[in-house]
Design a protein around this ligand. Sequence first.
Ligand SMILES: Cc1cc2nc3c(=O)[nH]c(=O)nc-3n(C[C@H](O)[C@H](O)[C@H](O)COP(=O)(O)OP(=O)(O)OC[C@H]3O[C@@H](n4cnc5c(N)ncnc54)[C@H](O)[C@@H]3O)c2cc1C
Length: 425
Amino acid sequence: MSVDAPAKITILGAGPIGLEAALYARFLGYEVAIYEQGRPAESIRRWGSVPMFSPFGMNSSPLARSALSAQFADELQLPGENELLTGAEYVERYLQPLADSDLLADSLHCGWKAVAVGREGLSKSDMVDEETRRDADFIVVLQDSDGREQIDRSDVLIDCTGLFGQAAWIGSNGVPATGEVEARPHVEFGLPDILGDERDKYAGKHTLVIGSGYSAATNVCALGQLAREALHTQVTWITRKDNQTDASGPMRRFTDDPLSARDCLAVKANGLAADSEPHVTHWPNAPVTGIHYDAHSDRFQVTLAGKRPGVHEYDRVIANVGYVPNVELTRSMQIHYCYATEGPIKLAAKLMENASSDCMAQPPGDAQLLINPEPDFYVLGAKSYGRNSQFLIKNGLEQIRQLFTIIGDRENLDLYRQFLPANPQ
Ligand SMILES: Cc1cc2nc3c(=O)[nH]c(=O)nc-3n(C[C@H](O)[C@H](O)[C@H](O)COP(=O)(O)OP(=O)(O)OC[C@H]3O[C@@H](n4cnc5c(N)ncnc54)[C@H](O)[C@@H]3O)c2cc1C
C-alpha cells in the first residue's frame, strides 16, 4: 500500500545510507526525521585515516552530488568519480556537507540514540501478519547522553543503524573465549590510526591481529610499516582457518579485480604474511580459545588452539572478527531475521544463493526483498546484510532507489537517473 507525501518517515542512523535515504525522501516531499547517536557518519569517522577501496563515484549518488553542487557551488569542490578517498575525506568532502545541506539540516537530530522501536498500542504478538498494523504509528524511544528521553512518531520507519557498534566474539566457537568478557574493554576492535594519532600505543610493542578480512589486512599493513620505522615493533597475525588453497596467503584475490585498491591491499598483506618482513608473523589455523588482560603488566595472555596450541603473550590485541547487527532494537517488531546472518530473511536468502565471496559479484536485488512482515518498516544499509560482510555503499544506494518505488508505489521512480548529469566526467 502506498504511503504518500507528506507522510512522516523516520530514519535511524546518519551514516551514508541514512543520509542518502533522508535526502531521497525529502526530494519526494516527505516529512523526515533522522536520529543519529553521535555525529553524522560516526562509524566512518572511527576509521578516518584508512583509504577506501571503492571510488567516490560508487559511494555517492547523483541526487546528492547535484544537491551539493546546487547549494555549495562556490565553497565545495566535490571529489572526482574515480578518486579514492580516506574515510575522513569522504566525511569532510561529502557526508558532512550533505548533513549540513538545507534539505537535511533541519531533519537531522544528532546525539540521540534509538533504544527501542515499536508500534503505538500494539505488542509484538498483536495482529500477526496483518496489514492493519500499519494503522498504528511507529514509536521510537530515544535517549541522549545525559539520559534524557524523547519519543518520535512516524508512518514509515527505516533502520540504517549499520553494524559498526557491535563486534562479534573473538572466541572461535561463536561464543566468548575464556576470559573474553572481562578482557574486551582492553581490546581494539576497529582500525586505530596506527601511523598517526595512536602511533605511541603500538610503537615498540608486540601486537596480535586477529581476523582474515580487509580490516585485519589494513591493520597488519600499518603495523608492518610501523615495525620498519620503530624499533622492537612486532606483529603476529592469526587467522582461524588454513590459507585458501587458491590464494597466496590469508587474503583472497579476485581475478581482474575491478577494485584495484582492494587487490593492492590483499597483495601487500599476503606478502607480509609470507615472511617478507622479519617483524611480521602469520599463523593460519590458530583459533582463539582464551584471552586474559593483566592490568598490572598491561599485557594479554592469549590461548590458541589449532596449529599453535598454547598461551602466547602480547602487548596489544586488535580483533577484526566482524560485526553483528543490533536486533535488540527491533525486538518488539514483526521482523523475520535469518537464522544464519541475522539480516531480514528475504534479502538474506537471496544473498545466500550467491556463492561468490566477492562483494562486487552480487546478483541485482529487487524491491520486494526489502519488505518485512512489519508493514512500512525497512532495514537498509550494512545492517540489512546482517553478518554477511559483502555490503557495499553502492548496494545501499540501489536499495534506497528500490525502496521508494515501494513506499510511493511508483514502479519507475528513479531520482538517481533523473539527476545524472548529461555528460558525466
Ligand atoms: C576500513 C573500512 C573501509 C571501507 N571501505 C569501503 C569502501 O571502499 N566502499 C564501500 O562500499 N564500503 C566500505 N566500507 C564499508 C562501509 O563503510 C559501510 O558499509 C557503510 O558505512 C555502511 O553504511 P550504513 O549507513 O549502512 O552504516 P554506518 O556507516 O555504520 O552508519 C550507521 C550510523 O548509525 C548510527 N547508529 C547506530 N546505532 C544507532 C542507534 N541505536 N541510534 C541512532 N544512531 C545509531 C551510527 O552512529 C552511524 O552513524 C569500509 C569499511 C571499513 C571499516
